[in-house]
Design a protein around this ligand. Structure first.
Ligand code: NAP
Length: 393
């Protein structure tokens, strides 16, 4: 562990202030302890530093014109972490809190996640500090075109393959792909998450959320439980959360709450198929707040205060919103309540302190690097006993 500590201290010095990146590296280094003792070449070949330092940090200016004709300037990024196993691959995030630190943590984690699927893929992540909320479709299109105008030279189906993430769904992938196609004069599978009628894979939208629930199912089965009738909290109400909720419903679990950046919604008796259709319409189509789903007759109520979500009595928790959403206090509350399982749909949704609490408790813990890898192409095909692997485009 001395070696890991020395490398971590060097990175702390180099990247002081990059808190998310340092957190992700520290967690991996700590978990590698026993392996480092068995494999001395990790030290002689300096493998820890070589894998923690991304291959390339590309940052660029994204200039685009809003509907009022004014020019706006954002910061765009592509972090190519590691391509030892195959072309770089990982999503794009458009969110105001995007920084090099956030993308470096995501790219670092993506390398391990893709490796775990057994597929020949490296790790990367990218995006911009652009906030798509409140923007017109034309503004989003112009932004995507401007982002790709700069980034396309670093991408390609044998080189680097982006996908969606927070703030980037099928529509944005369409704008990005269309621009890449024009610039490269080729129709190649260099972006995943495309629509199925124009080169995308069946089930890509569902893959991450479904994969998460399959993972949880196996984990519970192994411990002698099932999801049937289990009360579940799913955080977030985006692409991962909604398809996780859909699969939980199919597995006869009860999804009693979901959240978004404005608050959370409580379904005391669990969501129904009709609720799920409304959820898709409100969140994935219209992009409105969960508040729009209130149904007082059925006691489906919206709550603004995020912390009250954790007062619900649940058995399984699926954090699917964003990083560090569960802190030590929430983790202690969940462990004390005796929940059965936490399965991560989001990347690094637990702070290091929360993870420590959960690892010391009896809660079954599915880390995101394994449990949310479905989008890369590892999911269960109906009637097949074990997860199947394929590359989703
Ligand atoms: P998304 O479709 O943009 O959904 C994100 C959801 O989380 C939205 O409902 C958003 O609320 C909510 N949210 C964001 N920040 C929040 C905060 N601080 N507090 C409460 N809610 C918050 O994104 P996504 O693709 O589902 O990704 C969600 C997570 O899964 C991310 O950590 C991502 O890296 C990870 N992931 C995604 C994939 C994939 O295939 N998409 C694969 C692996 C891992 P609003 O609706 O109000 O904006």
């Amino acid at each position: 562990m001395k070696q890991a500590q020395a490398v971590f201290e060097l990175l702390q010095e180099r990247y002081a202030g990059e808190k998310e990146y340092l957190q992700a590296v520290k967690e991996v280094f700590e978990s590698l302890g026993p392996l480092l003792e068995q494999r001395p070449h990790f030290k002689t070949e300096n493998l820890l530093l070589r894998i923690a330092e991304p291959d390339r940090v590309i940052s660029f200016k994204v200039c685009w014109q809003n509907d009022a004709g004014e020019w706006e300037v954002n910061r765009g990024y592509r972090i190519q972490a590691n391509n030892a196993l195959g072309p770089y691959k990982g999503g794009l995030r458009f969110h105001p809190n995007v920084t090099p630190s956030v993308l470096k943590f995501l790219a670092f984690e993506q390398t391990f996640k893709n490796a775990l699927t057994g597929l020949p893929l490296g790790g990367a992540k990218g995006g911009a500090d652009f906030n798509p909320k409140g923007r017109s479709e034309a503004e989003i299109r112009r932004f995507c075109q401007a982002w790709m105008l700069e980034a396309y030279k670093y991408l390609g189906h044998f080189r680097d393959i982006p996908a969606g993430d927070i703030g980037v769904g099928e529509r944005e992938i369409g704008f990005l792909f269309g621009t890449y196609k024009k610039l490269s004069d080729s129709f190649e599978g260099m972006l995943t998450g495309k629509g199925v009628t124009w080169g995308g894979s069946q089930l890509r939208s569902e893959a991450t959320g479904y994969g998460l629930v399959y993972f949880a199912t196996y984990m519970l089965e192994d411990a002698g439980y099932s999801l049937k009738n289990k009360r579940c909290i799913v955080t977030g109400a985006g692409k991962v959360s909604i398809y996780a909720a859909e699969k939980l419903l199919q597995e006869e679990a009860k999804v009693i709450a979901l959240s978004d950046s404005s608050g959370w919604i409580h379904y005391p008796d669990g969501i129904t198929e009709e609720d799920l259709d409304q959820l898709k319409e409100v969140k994935l189509v219209k992009g409105e707040s969960l508040n729009a789903l209130v149904d007082k007759e059925r006691n489906i109520l919206f709550h603004k205060e995020p912390e009250t979500l954790w007062e619900l009595q649940a058995q399984c928790v699926f954090p699917c919103a964003t990083q560090n959403e569960i802190d030590r206090k929430i983790a202690q509350q969940l462990a004390k309540q005796g929940i059965l399982l936490i399965a991560e749909g989001a990347n690094m949704p637990l702070t290091s302190e929360a993870q420590e609490v959960i690892l010391k408790s009896k809660v079954l813990y599915a880390p995101g690097k394994a449990s949310n890898a479905g989008g890369g192409g590892c999911f269960r095909v109906r009637n097949e006993p074990k997860p199947s692997r394929c590359i989703l485009v």
